[in-house]
Design a protein around this ligand. Sequence first.
Ligand SMILES: [Zn+2]
Length: 350
Amino acid sequence: MTVTELRDAPGVGTRIDAFDAVDRAAPYGVQLRQIPAAAAAFRADFLTTGKPAEVVTKDLVTLPYPTRFGLWRAALTPSPYLSITNRMLVIRWPGNVLVFEPSDHERGEYTPYFARLNAQTPGFVQDRIVTRHGTVLENLAALGIAPEEVTYLAFDHLHTQDVRRWIGTSTEPGAFPNAKLVVQRDELDAIADLHPLQLPWYQPETYADLRLEAVAAIDGDVLLGPGVALLATPGHTFGNQSLVLSTNDGVWAVSENVIAVEAMVPEHSKIPGVAKSARTWGREFILNTNTPEGLADQYNSLLKEKSIVDQSQRNADFPQFLPSSELTPSPYFPGTKPTFVSGSITHRSV
Ligand SMILES: [Zn+2]
C-alpha cells in the first residue's frame, strides 16, 4: 500500500464543525479574528462529551534542539542548542487506549536532519546531553497495558516518525496488532510529494508499505472519545493536529507548535529576549519553526489552541498547554531555562 493509497483509508470518530466558521480561504488576519468565537462554540460542545477515564504522561527522551528553531529569533542566548523532552501520553476510555506521540527514537535518528546532526556530534557529547527515560513499550508495560489493548496511535505530525515497528507492514508484524494510526489526510498527502522545505524532517520511504487497515485518515477536527479530540492545527506541517482533552483540571491541548508554554504568553517569559521580541514585533506567539512552510497558519493554529484551553491550575498566567516536546532546563545551555514547565497531564475520572 503506497502512501498515496493510504489517503483513502476510512476515517474514525465524529466530525466537529465549530471551526467551519473560520474561512480558510480568507486572508490570515481575517481568519485570526474569526477564531475566538469558533473556539467558544467548540468549548461549549466539547465540555458536554464527557471525560476520558484516565490520562497518563510518560517521558521518552531529553535531547538537544537548535535554539533558532525552538525559540525562533527571540532568544538572546549565544547557545546554539537548548534541551527538549519528548513525551508520550496514554489516554483510556471504555474499550479504547490511545497512545499519543509514541516516537520510535531508534528509527527516528534516520531522519535526514538528525542523521546529519548525529554524524557531526561526537559520541561522548551525545552520551552527556541525551537522556533516555524509557521506550514506548517499556512505558506501556509499566502502566500494565498490553500492546493488544491499544486501539489508536496518533502524532501531532509525522516529522521524524517511522511507524513501521508499531503498525506493521506487509512483511513485518506491528507491535500493536489492533491499533490504527489516526492521521490527517493532509499529512499523508504532504508525505506523498514532499516540498524541499519539508524534506529534511521526514522519512517518506518508511510509509511505502503500511497496511491500509492500520490507518485511519481524518479531515479536520474529530471527536475520538469522551473529552478526547484531535483538532487540525496546520502550519508546523501541512497536516498538523493537536490532541485536546477534557480533564478534572479543565481543557488541555497538546502539540509541538511551541516548545514552551511561555511561547504562548511571551509577556510572562523570563528567558532573555523572548518578552522583548514579542513586544517589539507585536506578536502573541514565539513559534517552533524548524520548518518555515506555513508560519502564518501555525500562528493562527496557536490562537485556536490558546482559545480553547483553560488556564493552568498552578499559575493562571500560563495556558493549560503541554508541548509534546517541552523545553527542559539544562546546565549545558545557559539562557534557555524555562519560566514555567507543564511537565505532564495526569487525570483519572472518579
Ligand atoms: Zn516537527
